[in-house]
Ligand binder design. Structure first.
Ligand code: PLP
Length: 434
């Protein structure tokens, strides 16, 4: 194992990491996975309590997803999607259209590429419809939409963004409806509507130069699982219609059942102009993202002139193996009635976590669907890393964001396994050094 760690430090530049810190806190060397468990090269087992950066839905090495990919491997592993097509990408597009009501699917690889696609497509739509000056973007304060240069322009997390400010396009951030920011006595809904008023003020003045408002529906994940009332989205939809601005729902983290419905925007009763999907789309197996959009957007590109088309591309767009994995994921949702099953499970898991919610250091305990989060009081510098290490010692893989601890377990996690997670959280919270 030590050999693997020294080799990884020498040859692999790990994401979202200061490599020097890996000396003191080496990455976990993983040999294999089994359901919600990661199994280290030393044979130790760790509960994957955050679903491997929120991608895993039905566990590691899921037999049904494995079988679909193996079957596809015997047919065609990849073919470029410009000038060719194949059954898995067509079937997936049809099924996503049925689920979202958005009938045109454009594919990318990671979440950030979906954000790039949605932003470019929106601005290009306005250009094709004779309003090229509508090319600005709005996002929420503390939002996260990925870290490629375009996506980072609409992200608002200083740690990731400030260094690259000179490379980025100016965008505008409007107040976040994060329910924790409500005034004492103000409901989450009233606060959400107050924030929507601020959005309206901006749109009233700048709609003529604004292409789209991009938003993480219901939960701002990277901000620390900031949750907000769906009334914000309902009002944002009305305002975007009124002021002729696209609404982009970035469902990359919250799509595929994470918030208790297949897509989070459903809870606000809205249909966005664009939905960005990734992460859980393949059950955490293969990189794939999709941007779904309306007939109206599609029609604005449909023309004899090549330059009016959407000429964006990535080599692995619509990869057949990834699409087959995604189709297997959708089959599991249907066959196992996962949305209903998760609703029952979530009630039980919330009960299991009640001791954590009542711990004296815990603030703002919150829950939506298959996400639980809380903020920890009286933290010392390095809290996230200390908590992470202490949880590893208890067999749980969890990575706090700042002083926010959250669980986003794979849907195959059992109540017994959640009890183990709750016990580990309590031990970490009781540690004076954490
Ligand atoms: C809401 C949201 N959008 C976009 C992204 C970027 O996705 P990726 O890391 O696959 O580029 C993420 C990743 O965490 C995300 O949470």
């Amino acid at each position: 194992m030590n050999d693997l760690l020294s080799r990884t430090r020498a040859a692999v530049w790990h994401p979202c990491s200061q490599m020097k810190q890996l000396e003191a806190a080496p990455p976990l060397a993983i040999a294999r996975g089994e359901g919600p468990w990661l199994i280290g090269t030393d044979g130790r087992r760790y509960l994957d309590a955050i679903s491997s950066w929120w991608v895993n839905l039905f566990g590691h090495c899921n037999p049904r997803i494995n079988a679909a990919i193996i079957d596809q491997l015997g047919k065609i592993e990849h073919v470029m999607l410009a000038g060719a097509t194949h059954e898995p990408v067509v079937a997936l597009s049809e099924r996503l259209a049925e689920l979202t009501g958005l009938g045109h699917a454009f594919y990318g690889s990671d979440g950030a590429s979906a954000t790039e696609i949605a932003l470019k497509m929106s601005a290009h739509y306005w250009r094709n419809t004779g309003q090229a000056e509508k090319n600005g973007f709005i996002s929420l304060k503390n939002s996260y939409h990925g870290e490629t240069v375009g996506a980072l322009s609409v992200t608002d997390i200083p740690l990731f963004k400030s260094t690259y400010a000179p490379l980025l396009r100016h965008t505008v951030q409007v107040p976040t409806p994060d329910a924790r920011l409500a005034e004492p006595g103000e409901s989450a809904e009233a606060y959400a509507l107050r924030c929507a008023d601020a959005l309206e003020l901006h749109l009233a003045e700048h709609a003529a130069t604004t292409a789209a408002f991009i938003v993480e529906p219901l939960v701002q994940g990277a901000a620390g699982m900031a949750m907000y009332h769906p009334a914000y989205l309902t009002r944002a939809r009305e305002l975007c219609d009124q002021y002729q601005v696209h609404l982009i729902a970035d469902e990359i983290a919250v799509g595929f059942g994470r918030t208790g419905t297949m897509f989070a925007s459903e809870q606000a009763g809205i249909r966005p102009d664009f939905i960005c999907l990734s992460k859980g789309i393949t059950g955490g197996y293969l990189p794939l993202s999709a941007v779904l959009t309306t007939d109206a957007v599609y029609a604005a590109f449909y023309d004899d002139a090549t330059a009016r088309g959407f000429l964006h591309s990535h080599s692995y767009t619509g990869n057949p193996l990834a699409c087959r994995a995604a189709l297997a994921v959708l089959d599991i949702f249907e066959d196992d009635q996962m949305i209903a099953a998760n609703q029952t499970k979530a009630v039980e898991f919330t009960r299991v976590l009640s001791g954590v919610a009542e711990h004296p250091r815990v603030r703002n305990f919150r829950h939506l669907g298959m996400i639980w989060a809380f903020d920890v009081a009286d933290v010392t510098p390095g809290f996230a890393s200390h908590f992470h290490q202490a949880a590893l010692a208890k067999g749980v893989f969890i990575r706090p964001i700042g002083n926010t601890v959250y669980a986003m377990p794979p849907y195959v996690t059992s109540a017994e396994e959640m009890r183990g997670l709750a016990d580990a959280m309590l031990v970490c919270l009781d540690r004076p050094s954490v």
